[in-house]
Write a protein that binds this ligand. Structure first.
Ligand SMILES: [Fe+2]
Ligand SMILES: [Fe+2]
Length: 289
């Protein structure tokens, strides 16, 4: 199956089953096509992007003994994963001239995101919430509209959204565990382990594609479009171990930790949250981005 066709099927199908279908045959990239910058993915009627502030917020971790709240959390995360599929497919069609090795690697990541979507949808349903029964937001997709290069994509998705999920996935694993839902906790561990590989993919390609006069850190910073910024790539607690496992250098990790510890909240220079730079698993206040 041609990579372009696989990407277009994700972007143009109104059926969730088709959007989440794995490639029909081994992928090839002989016909990458012309650059195409879709403004919105086609989605099923029950998963259309909802108007701002109408989608439910992430439930507080302390409420997760209620299966309905766990179902809402999985529903929101399933939509994050589906957007990841769509943004990655968009990157494939927008940058057909990117190195084939990058494109083939990205297609493998897409298949992980398809699997993650199915996992969260299944867990949401197990908790009594059908995927598509609640309004969903378009935050991650909207950010991708500003990517005008592969480096913008790398800084924005693998190194910011997926980077933050290195922490959030552990935070949610703990929260589900505390609530007594071992299956949901196990799901988060699988996603965490995959996310390490996705961040590694981003880091390796940032290293390859940055210019010689850029350090890894300056390339990362320079390719982030506001409001994305380095501290957004950290969850509520800073975990060094998964970042080291993802191949980040000790220097990069320290710069990230510093950016996160010293960041001022938007619109306020007071009441700064008390950040805990610890490498323990997160336990509280795990609201997703
Ligand atoms: Fe994922
Ligand atoms: Fe990922």
């Amino acid at each position: 199956m041609e990579l372009r066709h696989f990407a277009e099927r994700i972007l143009k199908s109104a059926s969730l089953e088709k959007k989440l279908a794995v490639p029909d045959s081994p992928l090839s990239d002989r016909e990458p096509g012309e650059p195409w910058f879709p403004t919105e993915p086609v989605r099923p009627a029950n998963l259309q992007f909802a108007p701002a502030r109408t989608a439910p917020k992430m439930p507080h971790p302390n409420t997760l003994r209620d299966p309905q709240r766990r179902g809402v959390a999985h529903h929101i995360m399933a939509n994050h994963e589906l957007q990841a599929c769509e943004v990655m497919a968009r990157t494939l069609v927008a940058f057909p001239h990117a190195p084939t090795e990058f494109r083939m690697g990205l297609a493998k990541v897409v298949q992980d995101e398809q699997r993650h979507t199915r996992m969260h949808a299944r867990h949401a349903e197990r908790c009594g919430v059908e995927f598509g029964s609640l309004p969903v937001n378009c935050y991650i997709w909207k950010k991708s509209l500003e990517f005008s290069s592969v480096l913008d994509y790398l800084a924005g998705i693998p190194l910011t959204f997926e980077g933050a999920n290195l922490d959030h996935s552990l935070e949610w694993k703990t929260a589900f565990d505390v609530a007594g839902d071992k299956k949901s906790a196990a799901c988060m561990q699988v996603i965490h382990d995959d996310e390490i590989e996705h961040v590694r993919f981003g880091m390796e390609w940032l290293r390859q594609l940055k210019t010689d006069d850029q350090t890894e850190w300056t390339a990362f910073e320079e390719h982030l479009n506001w409001p994305l910024r380095p501290e957004k790539s950290v969850g509520n607690h800073f975990n060094s171990a998964p970042r080291l496992a993802a191949g980040m250098s000790a220097e990069f990790i320290e710069l990230l930790r510093h950016a996160w510890e010293t960041a001022e909240p938007i619109g306020s220079n007071t009441n700064r949250p008390n950040r805990q730079s610890s490498d323990k698993e997160a336990q509280s206040n795990t609201e997703s981005k």
